[in-house]
Design a protein around this ligand. Structure first.
Ligand code: ADP
Ligand code: ZN
Length: 432
């Protein structure tokens, strides 16, 4: 059941005592970095001031902009000799940020990933195919080392090359995959093209999906098509990468490993702390990192803590599926919309295919949303009335949900652009 029962089911009191001890060590280490050294001096903070977890609030938050300014070595807290690996973010919202690890940092990250995969049911006997980029991006190497630590047979297939992926899955009896959800949906077309039904013709049973926001509806589609259970995996390079937060077999939110991070949820406008249950920005402090500790890092990811205990027995709190980053919010005609709301609605409508794109235009000071939506092939044959009626349904459903009337263009399956990495859902042509 558990990879590390004692730590996974630790009591709140013991957990908080462990967090405090690790926080004190972390603050002491962080003080050696140019960034925190300067910050502590400016604010009159001394590492010995940390008597309780609440003292964390004395420290101002660290932002992505701080990391960008600290490029390349401004956050390094140990000598460069001790660093054995560098990773970086994908650069989704601007210049990428960089993270450095000591060997002990890598060991604890690897262990966290093994813990996550074990929690979702992966075992030594599994064959694990890692369809993620192996490079500066953390998704590939992070999961790779975690799966090896667990003892599974790892196929480091990397992303793309879809026909070869399917061949590997079949030839080597792959049972578990790690895949970006939008790519998992794209790959379904290739399965169909080569005439392989993953439910019948493969041994797949587990899919780890993450790295980008996706709705429950997308999870269901992946589970249905592949005949697997799909587990949501959340992480970010600044917090080492995947392995930060992961679903257990209850699939009711993601346990966030509180022995490795202190989490806070705040109102992103006022920075005020929010109680469990309320949605806000996730703020995280690393507790198991020496090379480059980060204190009160603003992830910009919006989520909430799910109140209550999980039936699996793990005591680490759960966060809800990420709604998106605060940067992802589109403001149209005064209405705030997240791409995931559109995805959720679209994927509920029968006939809608597996990919879509949102294009924002501005004409005569008016904002318009154009939605390109793939629909099932049958709508393009014979009577085109069905296509028009589906188009109207989509417009009406969205209008009642997001209060904006989009222009909807229906397109053939597998005709919209796809990437090997994170999907680019929104093209905003309003910015000049
Ligand atoms: P970048 O921030 O440049 O995209 P990363 O590769 O470090 O670089 O990506 C981390 C980000 O990806 C997270 O902050 C979050 O916005 C998004 N992300 C990762 N996993 C998930 C997930 N399971 N659900 C939603 N968003 C996710
Ligand atoms: Zn659980």
């Amino acid at each position: 059941m558990f990879w590390e029962k004692d730590i996974e089911t630790i009591s709140r009191d013991q957990l908080e005592a462990l967090q405090l001890k690790r926080l004190q060590e972390t603050v002491e280490t962080a003080a050696n970095s140019p960034f925190y050294g300067r910050l502590f001096q400016e604010k009159g903070i001394t590492p010995h001031d940390f008597k309780g977890l609440d003292d964390l609030r004395k420290i101002p938050m660290t932002t992505k902009e701080d990391l960008r300014e600290g490029w390349p070595y401004g956050f390094l807290a140990v000598s460069r000799d001790e660093i054995v690996r560098m990773h970086s973010s994908s650069g989704t919202t601007g210049r990428a940020t960089v993270i450095f690890h000591t060997q002990s940092d890598l060991d604890s990250w690897t262990n966290q990933l093994a813990r996550c995969m074990y929690m979702a049911g992966m075992r030594k006997s599994d064959v694990f195919q890692n369809m993620m980029t192996y490079a500066l991006f953390t998704g590939g190497l992070g999961f790779h080392y975690g799966a090896e630590r667990l003892g599974a047979l790892v196929i480091p297939s990397g992303p793309g090359n879809s026909k070869r992926q399917i061949q590997l899955i079949q030839d080597f009896d792959t049972t578990a995959i790690h895949v970006i959800p939008s790519y998992a949906l794209h790959l379904t077309h290739v399965f169909e093209e080569v005439g392989v039904d993953p439910r019948k013709d493969t041994r797949l049973k587990i899919a780890f999906v993450g790295a980008e926001p996706h709705s429950e509806q997308v999870r269901e589609r992946i589970e249905d098509f592949y005949g697997v259970r799909a587990f949501n995996s959340y992480g970010l390079s600044e917090m080492s990468g995947p392995g930060v937060s992961f679903e257990c077999t209850c699939q009711n939110g993601m346990h966030i490993w509180e022995d490795a991070y202190i989490i806070e949820i705040v109102n992103p406008d006022t920075m005020e702390a929010l109680p469990d249950g309320e949605t806000g920005e996730l703020i995280m402090t690393t507790l198991c990192r020496r090379g480059m500790p980060l204190l009160r890092y603003r992830t910009k990811d919006l989520t909430r803590i799910i109140p209550g205990d999980c039936p699996c027995g793990r005591t680490h709190r759960r966060i809800e599926r990420i709604k998106g980053r605060s940067d992802d919010m589109m403001i149209l005609k005064g209405v705030n919309i997240f791409p995931i709301q559109i995805e959720k609605k679209l994927m509920e409508i029968p006939g809608v295919g597996r990919n879509f794109q949102i294009i924002l235009e501005r004409k005569d000071f008016n904002d318009d949303m154009i939605l390109k939506v793939e629909v099932e092939r049958e709508y393009f044959t014979g009577d085109l009335k069905k296509l028009e009626s589906l188009r109207k349904t989509i417009v009406n459903e969205l209008k009642s949900d997001i209060l904006i009337t989009p222009r909807v263009d229906l397109v053939e399956p597998n005709s919209l652009p796809t990437t090997e990495g994170k999907a680019k859902r929104v093209i905003d042509n309003r910015k000049d």
